[in-house]
Design a binder for this molecule. Structure first.
Ligand SMILES: [Zn+2]
Length: 461
């Protein structure tokens, strides 16, 4: 499809002024937004609009830039809900590690397909997948194929851990860098530029200092994003203090990893000095409130970060600790978590939350110039949300309705790179029912196998 008109809906441009057109329109040519403005336009201005190949009447709907999910682990759709109510370390040891080691390459592909479908159908057009299970080399290919086939904009942070982690998930430093280079050769820019590769050292406590230093140089040499879990739990701070006498972010700086292309995932247990480092180096924080609550990790200092001018993007985190990928649900959790934590209901207004999920995400990805807002010249990554539902209507302020009322089930149409990838709530590129059926059969087999050693996998109530 080369031209598309979306008209008659409420357009939240999310531009610098957060302009809203009630109603408005978007004129899209190939993969780009050409025009955006108030609707209707006069006959003279609109003559070319009537010639578009496809037109979508978005009456009663909201039109927003695609949400950017700054952090997930797609393979965990296969492991979600095995057990709740575990500490982070027990959850890793009894659920995530055994489950991910038992998964085969085909499982990673199917799990990622489901994850991509769920992300698209809940309003995310762009995801950063932190993929760190390399038991089979084909695992990573499976995740990338899922991104390619579903039509989502996918960035894969090639995870790696070399020192202190479940032995079957550790790798030799050489293998991590060789395989990341191989992914860059074969996948960078695939899918008309939708697919990208980042460097993703897993965390600070599992990685050696030489590996972190080399990862920082590797990213700089190739101009990649570096994506890393930092300060997720308080004991992670004790770990780097004991090993190096440095707090988490001080270590990130010391190994040369801190910069504008650095994504600090979680960043919960940071002190004032570390917030100053984030601001000084223009690094981004990826905030995952649902996961932080689910694992009782703590509350990131998001209002203070924003006041300090630090860019904050949002993420679902993996389906193992969420347990879904509903990107609209994350908006409400973000607002409510910080309001109650500070006992201050004036914090984080709805439009600010939407900014983090769109412009903030684009900035974190280094894509401010072509993503994150609905403006002329930007990529057509667009989400249309049905607001005429009993749990949303009647609508006073569309930003509030999107944050506090809408959920993933309200997503009507999704465009990525100008292509309609979700049409009236259904994925257009892949067969959702078929994928779910195949995935359930593989998971049933996986459960039977794991239950012998890990009783939690045998519990079904
Ligand atoms: Zn994570």
């Amino acid at each position: 499809m080369s031209t598309l008109l979306i008209y008659n809906g409420t357009v939240l441009t999310m531009n610098e002024q957060n302009e809203v057109y009630t109603p408005g329109y978007l004129y899209i040519k190939h993969d780009q937004i050409v025009e955006v403005g108030p609707w209707p336009v006069n006959e003279e201005e609109g003559r070319h609009l009537l010639q578009t190949e496809r037109q979508i009447d978005a009456g009663g709907k909201a039109i927003i830039p695609g949400l950017i999910n700054g952090h997930t682990h797609l393979f965990q759709t296969f492991l979600r809900g095995v057990s709740d109510d575990y500490s982070l370390s027990d959850w890793l040891r009894q659920v995530i590690w055994p489950g991910s080691i038992a998964m085969e390459a085909e499982d990673f592909y199917l799990a990622a397909l489901i994850g991509c479908i769920e992300n698209l159908k809940s309003g995310a057009t762009y995801i950063m997948d932190h993929h760190y299970v390399h038991t089979y080399e084909e695992n990573t290919e499976g995740v990338l194929r899922a991104m390619l086939e579903t039509g989502i904009r996918g960035h894969l942070a090639r995870g790696g851990v070399d020192l202190s982690y479940e032995p079957k998930l550790r790798e030799e430093e050489e293998q991590i860098f060789a395989r990341t280079d191989s992914l860059l050769d074969r996948w960078q820019g695939n899918g008309s530029g939708r697919i990208e590769i980042a460097m993703g050292p897993l965390n600070l406590y599992g990685c050696s200092r030489p590996f972190l230093e080399r990862a920082a140089r590797f990213s700089q040499d190739r101009n990649l994003i570096t994506h890393i879990h930092v300060a997720e739990t308080s004991d992670q701070i004790e770990n780097t203090l004991a090993r190096f006498g440095l707090r988490n972010l001080e270590l990130v700086e010391a190994v040369g990893m801190l910069g504008p292309k650095t994504q600090v995932v979680h960043g919960i247990w940071l002190d004032d000095g570390e917030l100053e480092l984030l601001a000084k180096y223009h690094a981004s924080v990826i905030h995952c409130p649902v996961s932080n609550m689910y694992l009782a990790s703590g509350v990131a200092r998001v209002p203070e970060m924003l006041s300090a001018g630090i860019n904050v993007a949002l993420g679902t985190d993996g389906p193992g600790s969420n347990n879904c990928q509903d990107n609209l649900e994350v908006l409400k959790f973000t607002a409510c978590l910080h309001k109650v934590h500070h006992l201050d209901s004036t914090l984080l207004p709805a439009m600010k939350i939407l900014e983090m999920a769109t412009r903030g995400g684009a900035k974190a990805m280094g894509r401010e110039q072509d993503l994150g807002t609905l403006e002329s010249g930007k990529k057509a990554d667009i989400v249309i949300i049905d607001m005429q539902k009993a749990h949303i209507a009647p609508v006073h302020r569309v930003s509030s309705a999107l944050v506090y009322n809408a959920n993933g089930n309200d997503v009507h149409t999704v465009l990525v790179n100008g292509q309609i990838v979700v049409d009236q709530g259904r994925c257009t590129f892949v067969d959702e029912e078929e994928i779910i059926k195949r995935a359930q059969a593989r998971v049933d087999r996986l459960r039977d196998q794991l239950a012998k050693e890990y009783p939690v996998y045998g519990i079904r109530e």
